[in-house]
Design a protein around this ligand. Structure first.
Ligand SMILES: CC(C)(COP(=O)(O)OP(=O)(O)OC[C@H]1O[C@@H](n2cnc3c(N)ncnc32)[C@H](O)[C@@H]1OP(=O)(O)O)[C@@H](O)C(=O)NCCC(=O)NCCS
Length: 176
């Protein structure tokens, strides 16, 4: 299988942007990093700062992932230079495969193409952030050779009942 990263129309970008902000805000709440009231505001701010000129933002690439043999648009990838990070690092800000195309290898193939793009841009490394509850994405990145560089941890005190030695009644971390 082969994929290409193809430029988006303004309409496609706007629709991706709205959905990406919404989903990332929901992930932020799920991870316990923000409450619902502030998550949307915080993520909108981050996206606006990272993509101030939308599709025309310098050194940011928001592209449709297209199956090279069928021409189908199967997802979206956003990568680019990350502010405040070393210049030899390409940051993968978003990888999203449409639900109906998941589990078919598009994520893996897109990461392979991203490595080519990174080399063409003169980058030595690719960095990314993944939420702790997103086990599927973590498996994808691990299979592709990514290793954890920072780990944030938290313990949910409301998920544990009783005193020391009693049985745990809920999972501390949600499953995907
Ligand atoms: C994470 C995501 C990009 C993976 O894309 P994909 O096209 O399904 O990935 P692949 O088909 O290449 O599968 C890659 C790995 O994912 C895992 N995987 C695939 N299907 C899975 C499933 N149904 N359940 C759990 N893990 C699965 C496997 O480990 C697989 O590797 P393997 O085939 O060697 O076992 C996709 O699920 C997605 O878009 N999720 C929502 C957005 C998201 O979470 N993006 C990542 C943000 S950091």
């Amino acid at each position: 299988m082969n994929v290409d990263f193809v430029e988006m129309t303004k309409g496609e970008y706007d629709s991706w942007y709205r959905s990406a902000v919404k989903h990332t805000a929901a992930d932020l709440v799920r991870a316990g990093n923000a409450d619902e009231e502030h998550a949307l505001e915080s993520i909108s701010k981050q996206f606006n700062e990272a993509l101030p000129k939308g599709l025309d933002t310098p050194e940011q690439y928001v592209r449709s992932i297209v199956d090279a043999s069928t021409g189908q648009k199967v997802g979206v990838i956003w990568y680019g230079t990350a502010r405040g990070r070393p210049p030899d690092l390409l940051f993968l800000s978003e990888l999203w495969v449409k639900e109906e195309f998941r589990g078919k290898g598009y994520g893996t193939t897109s990461l392979a193409l991203l490595e080519e793009k990174a080399r063409q841009l003169g980058k030595a490394r690719i960095g990314l952030h993944v939420f702790g509850h997103n086990l599927r994405a973590q498996k994808l990145y691990q299979s592709a050779g990514y290793v954890a560089t920072n780990i944030s941890m938290a313990k949910n005190l409301q998920s544990w009942h009783g005193a020391k030695g009693e049985r745990r009644t809920e999972r501390a971390l949600p499953e995907v």
